[in-house]
Design a protein around this ligand. Structure first.
Ligand SMILES: Nc1ncnc2c1ncn2[C@@H]1O[C@H](COP(=O)(O)OP(=O)(O)OP(=O)(O)O)[C@@H](O)[C@H]1O
Ligand SMILES: [Mg+2]
Length: 287
């Protein structure tokens, strides 16, 4: 992808439009480079975890044309971004309310016009988000896979970006390529990393250590390690059930990891998870 000065101007004008419009509103984009690493699963569940901590969240399905957040939430939305872009609905009319009060905007699916969204349209969407007359603290944008001009503009217009990767070298390489493109345009853009589908904390830490070292050495970029998420068979099950894990299986490892990432994002101290019945029983006996 060639990210030229025209793209930089586009990002700059988007950022100017979005900054300072709403005090305290944070726009966070989740992106990856490689597809299928868990962006949408993390976005949906992180939004619910943040809502459970009292944050008012809106999720925007920004995987334009291939959106599937509403499928994960098990809802059929009548109106989505296409209707907004065609001028048939206002932005506030395509905001739906889901679990724990999380608001969301569906990107719609299979719509070529969204895949070809132009600069003006992206600007219209991003600007519209910041003007929504709704109580919102955080907007989470679930971006599509790949690295393209619209994604880079959206990232640079956001307050911060979460790079999602797995421990596989192919995902790491694509995350590196994406970070390099971002840093080239704005080396101060705040970046977080989540290591998903890790076999263990040890594996995640090992890969994160190596990745951070390479980023520091070759790009002089420090990224904030938001944490890792272990491989959890409950994730595909929850997608099949069309109910997010935070709702259907809040005691699984995925849900626990997501809660700890939510706290890290808010810079809250880690929460002590209650032990299971047996550990509570035995700790009682030891006293
Ligand atoms: N921690 C995890 N443990 C087990 N499976 C996972 C985990 N995270 C994601 N998955 C699985 O990986 C697949 C891809 O997840 P998801 O759709 O969230 O990724 P994505 O990055 O949004 O993909 P795309 O780039 O296509 O939008 C799904 O089948 C999901 O069940
Ligand atoms: Mg996705």
């Amino acid at each position: 992808m060639v990210f030229d000065d025209k793209n930089a101007d586009q990002a700059q004008s988007l950022r100017e439009k979005m900054s300072g419009v709403r005090n305290g509103l944070k726009v966070i984009t989740l992106a990856s480079g490689k597809g299928g690493v868990g962006k949408s699963s993390i976005t949906v569940n992180l939004a619910i975890a943040l809502a459970q901590l009292g944050i008012r969240v809106l999720v925007m399905d920004a995987d334009f044309g291939l959106a599937n957040i509403d499928v994960m939430l098990g809802v059929q939305t009548k109106h989505n971004l296409t209707h907004f872009l065609r001028g048939e609905r206002r932005l506030d009319e395509i905001v739906h309310i889901g679990y724990d009060g999380v608001r969301f905007i569906s990107g719609g699916s299979g719509m070529m016009e969204l895949l070809r969204m132009n600069e003006g349209q992206l600007s219209k969407v991003m600007h519209g988000l910041t003007k929504l007359d709704m109580p919102i603290d955080y907007i989470l944008c679930d971006a599509g896979a790949g690295i393209n001009d619209n994604l880079i503009s959206m990232i640079l217009a956001s307050s911060e970006t979460i790079i999602v990767t797995t421990t596989e070298p192919t995902a790491i390489l694509d995350a590196y390529a994406l970070i390099k493109t971002i840093v080239k345009r704005d080396n101060l853009h705040p970046l977080h990393v989540i290591m998903n589908r890790a076999e263990s904390k040890k594996e995640a830490d090992h890969v994160l250590d190596g990745f951070s070292e390479v980023l520091a050495k070759h790009l002089q970029k420090e990224v904030n390690r938001l944490g890792h998420i272990t491989l959890d068979p409950e994730v595909p099950r929850s997608i099949k059930r069309q109910t997010p894990i935070m709702i259907s299986a809040p005691n699984t490892s995925f849900a626990r990891d997501i809660r700890s990432i939510a706290r890290e994002l808010l810079e809250l101290p880690p929460q002590k998870e209650p032990g299971n019945v047996f550990s509570r029983l035995f700790s009682g006996l030891r006293k």
